[in-house]
Design a protein around this ligand. Sequence first.
Ligand SMILES: [Zn+2]
Length: 284
Amino acid sequence: MIRTNANGRNLLTSRLRNIAYKGLLSASLLAGLSVSAQAQTAWPHHAKAAIILTYDDALDSQLDNAIPALDSAGLKGTFFLSNVQQKDVPRWKAAAAKGHELGNHTIFHPCSKKDFPADPRFTSEAYTPASILKEIGQQNVLLTSLDGRDQHGFATPCGETRAGEVDYLEALRASHLVTYVRGVSTSAEDLRANVALVDPMHIPSRGFAEGTTTEQLIDFAKQAEIGHGWAVYLFHGIGGDHLQVSSAAHRGFIAWLRANRRDLWVTTLQGALDWAKAHPSPKG
Ligand SMILES: [Zn+2]
């Protein structure tokens, strides 16, 4: 980089060059990704990447809009349940029976009070590692009653792993209460990850906010396709509820995934992890 900035204009030019340079870097990085594809996960039917659609918080709009869209395309999603409503029990049971994955998102969804104002008893500050593990264990009982499975994955409420200011992630790992822990962020490396080698206590995901377009959803999948890894989507409301992605954007994306099913394997999060572990890449 040229660092002879005598005035603001030169500084601006330098910054623009910096941005362009970074753009070149990522382009060459992406080019390198396809070359190193042999060391990546060998997905079924030579698919280039796995696409995992996860939905948090047991929202009605997921039952009303997301699951019917997935079912009509023959695709499976992963639903992390908390605050389950009694009236929805039959529909969650039906979703599980169709092959959708149900995961643990605690019973009461405790988050730090500064991030998510709530009754003080249900903020993460009021918990201890022992009490959050007890709650996760109890939510497993509900999940087993819904899907008949004795093991479940977990998604952290608000992406946080603290209970009463203490990180509970390693205690959760040691407890064997859950098969994996999905967080709320994704790096470029995650998109090209050899999934068999990923720490199951640190599963990435990318959240999508209100106003997200079909094209933006497709773009994330294309990045995983280039990286020969996986893309884990995190949705909340679909055509309703909070942080909603519109039904139209979601449906458009589902249709695109269906059309691209030879290259992209849409599966549940547990399904992707199980496959990767059972089919390690020759180069490890
Ligand atoms: Zn949540």
